[in-house]
Write a protein that binds this ligand. Structure first.
Ligand SMILES: [Zn+2]
Length: 119
């Protein structure tokens, strides 16, 4: 651990009745922060890394399931029937496009209806 440099005479001026100087408090705070960082580093070294590189829990985006794509299709078709143009996420549009058939037609229609503004 690095040695903390203090100006000379800081400890000699402090008595039991006087509070610690600002510099002493700052140094003590640095010690606490450094100890916390070392604790976090030890914890991080103990954790298992996922194959994708995520620690703790994987937060990588998962591919859409068939049921999810079906649900997006039905919801978008229903909203279009009601006269509302839904703005689907780009990964949903991409999945619909890749399935082909009526899904691809709907994806193209939504893409054009939203003026190619995708989120
Ligand atoms: Zn991950």
């Amino acid at each position: 651990m690095a040695q903390i440099r203090r100006s000379p005479g800081v400890e000699s001026r402090a008595t039991s009745n006087t509070p610690p100087s600002v510099q002493a408090q700052y140094s003590a705070g640095n010690d606490t922060a450094r100890a916390a960082l070392l604790r976090m580093r030890r914890i991080m070294l103990r954790t298992v890394t996922e194959p994708c590189g995520c620690r703790w829990a994987c937060r990588c985006p998962k591919p859409l399931t068939v049921n999810q794509i079906d649900a997006w299709f039905k919801a978008a078709a229903y909203l279009l029937d009601q006269g509302v143009v839904p703005q689907l996420p780009v990964e949903v549009l991409r999945a619909l496009w890749l399935r082909g058939g009526s899904d691809r037609e709907l994806a193209g229609e939504l893409y054009a209806a939203t003026w190619a503004v995708v989120t």
